[in-house]
Design a protein around this ligand. Structure first.
Ligand code: SF4
Ligand code: SF4
Length: 110
């Protein structure tokens, strides 16, 4: 599957990501939620237009199994989804997310 969308540009910051997805809440796949993001809403519009949107305002590739959000194309998911979350700003509208970021003096992403 080809994807034309580029990763959102974010301000340079040094940080370290900790934690993992242990909630499978699907909030990061919510188109409706991303529309509220002050930095990324416009940049992600093309991405979600490409992926499609279901009647719940989620990415059309999101399916629910036993109350857990699952990506129907997980093995072929776009790079944007593979690296998420890659910056503290990317989870600021996702308080449910179990990833966290902390300041890093060395070895973090920038
Ligand atoms: S492609 Fe999969 S991981 Fe990416 S937003 Fe859609 S459901 Fe979520
Ligand atoms: S918002 Fe965070 S915890 Fe929820 S499914 Fe996405 S990565 Fe996992």
């Amino acid at each position: 599957m080809s994807h034309t969308s580029e990763l959102p540009m974010v301000p340079p910051t040094t940080f370290e990501r900790i934690g993992q997805c242990n909630r499978f809440c699907g909030r990061c796949c919510s188109v409706a939620r991303w529309r509220q993001h002050p930095q990324f809403a416009e940049q992600l519009q093309a991405f979600f237009t490409e992926m499609g949107e279901n009647e719940r305002g989620e990415c059309a590739q999101l399916v629910w199994r036993n109350g857990q959000a699952v990506c129907a194309i997980y093995d072929e998911r776009p790079d944007l989804c593979r690296v998420f979350p890659n910056h503290p700003l990317s989870i600021e509208i996702l308080p449910e997310c179990t990833f966290q970021f902390r300041a890093s003096t060395e070895g973090g992403q920038s």
